[in-house]
Write a new protein. Structure first.
Length: 153
């Protein structure tokens, strides 16, 4: 039979936080780019947001691999444009929901919930999140940038 002393109880209580921290470290880190099935922006053409003022479906035959995700484009010209300067066209916060990033967590996105602000693309989880995002875009960007990339895990 095990006999617990005050010393062993104190040791266990001090070890518990270390065990919790170790367990958290074992949780998988989120990828830098949100990509369902390895495809960024659900297959939408990132350049088209700037050229066509909204999402346009990309094609599997016009792709660029960048940051561990496949990016699809409607045309070879858009693929070349992206490849020349991906950071100019890729959505901020790795394509995760910009509003969620402002709140300190990651969430998936949908191509139809988007905003271009000061020449940068931001995606949101849904149209309601976009509505909340639009109430204070500069403030939400500042909060998101403060949280990013630490919220990836």
């Amino acid at each position: 039979m095990t006999h617990l002393t005050r010393r062993s109880l104190l040791g266990l209580s001090l070890a518990a936080p270390a065990l919790i921290l170790t367990a958290r470290a074992a949780v998988a880190k989120e990828p830098d780019i949100y990509a369902e099935g390895g495809v960024a922006i659900d297959g939408s053409d990132a350049v088209a947001y700037f050229d066509n003022n909204g999402p346009v479906a990309g094609a599997a035959d016009h792709t660029v691999d960048w940051k561990g995700a496949q990016w699809r484009f409607a045309t070879a010209a858009n693929a070349a444009t992206f490849q020349a300067n991906p950071t100019a066209y890729a959505p901020q916060f790795g394509g995760y929901c910009a509003y969620a990033a402002s709140l300190g967590y990651v969430a998936p996105t949908m191509p139809e919930a988007w905003t271009i602000y000061e020449g940068k693309l931001y995606l949101n989880a849904n149209l309601r999140a976009r509505e909340l995002w639009l109430k204070d875009v500069p403030g939400n960007i500042a909060k998101g940038e403060k949280n990013w990339p630490g919220i990836l895990g």
